[in-house]
Every structure is written in structure tokens, then in C-alpha cells.
Design a protein around this ligand. Sequence first.
Ligand code: DX5
Ligand code: ZN
Length: 216
Amino acid sequence: MGLVSPSLLSADFGNLQRDIEMLNASVCDYLHVDVMDGMFVPNISFGQPVIKHIKKYAQKPLDVHLMIMDPGRYIDDFKRAGADLLTVHYEACTHLDRTLHAIKDAGMRCGAVLNPHTPVMLLEDTVQLCDVVLLMSVNPGFGGQSFIENTYNKVRQLRELRDRKNPRCLIEVDGGVNTSNAPLLYAAGADMLVAGNAVFKSDNPQATIKALKQNE
Ligand code: DX5
Ligand code: ZN
């Protein structure tokens, strides 16, 4: 079974508690929390005060995806807000090695995120620090975009790098994931899938989460 992290960006913000309770009762593994600053990505979502409330109701660990410039400034804030896994973009960190260490030192699991245009080989010297590497399969900023097919190649390249340098690092994929491409992503080597629209726009979100976990 793969790991599934439904993205709360597609939840009903007016009924977050209800949607989190629906996820608590599902077989999902994490809750994916997308933080956007209107600078690194064109959109603004929510920050630590909202995450604190998400944490109050969530019975699954929080997978917090920071789409913000210079995320090293806010590591302790996100720890206090309740992040369990904190991922930062390669493109947004001047000192990625330092930032990954700081996340671990704050007591969270850490991960690096690559935009669709960023080659996997740029993680050659940091993958050994990562609990997770997240590959974006859309240009970040919005839910509901279509999946970029080149992601399969990147997952295969990352699988090779991960197996060689840090076999315990998980490969996560985010953007345009649905029940049709999920089996292909697992076959390419993914361990963990994020899904926003595919879950929240489905007639039966809990059944969709279950389907997204099937990797054979
Ligand atoms: C995109 C976000 C994603 C998004 C995924 O910038 O990082 O996590 O919520 O949503 P879907 O699955 O709808 O593409
Ligand atoms: Zn995300």
C-alpha cells in the first residue's frame, strides 16, 4: 500500500473541522498542508494560526509543504503550529543544507521539494539529509491543475538516487494526482501521493483515498 496525504487546500475552508474529521475516519496517512506566500508562488493560502487549529482536530501527522521564500526564517513557528513533516523548496532556499538540519534540530522530519523544472540530480548532495523528497507534478500555487507527464521520468531518476544514497528517504509526488495516474506513479517508484481535488471533489472521498493507496 502506498501512503496518501490529502491536500487541505481543496477542503471547504468554512468547514475545516468537518473535513478534517472525515479524513481522520479515512485510511489516509497524513494531512497535506499547503502554505503559500504570494511571492514564491502567485497565490496566498494560510499560515501558522490556521495550522494550529488544524492540529487541534487532526489525528494524522501534518505534512506541511512550504511554498514560501526563505523558509528557514519560520521553522520554529511551524514546529509550534504542529508540523510533523516540514518540506521546503530547493528553489526557495539559499542554504538548503542548513535549513534541512534546522528542521531536524527542531524535532520534525524534513524534506526537499523540486519544482517541475528543477533536475533531480541537484539533490545529489542533500538527499542523505532528507526523510522525504517531494516532486511537484504541477507548477505550484493552485489545486486542480493537470499532471505533468515528465514526472514519471523524474520519479525513476529519484528512485535511483535515493536507492544509492539514502534508501529510507520517501518519494512523494504532488499535483494532479488521481486514481488513474497513481498506479503508474507507484510503478515508477513513488511511495507517497498528495491529492487535493481528486479527493475533495469526489463523490466518496474516503473511497477515493482507499483507491489511491492501491499500489499493486
Ligand atoms: C499545489 C499544491 C498541491 C495541491 C494539489 O501548489 O502544492 O498540494 O493542493 O492539489 P491537486 O491534487 O488538486 O492538484
Ligand atoms: Zn502541496
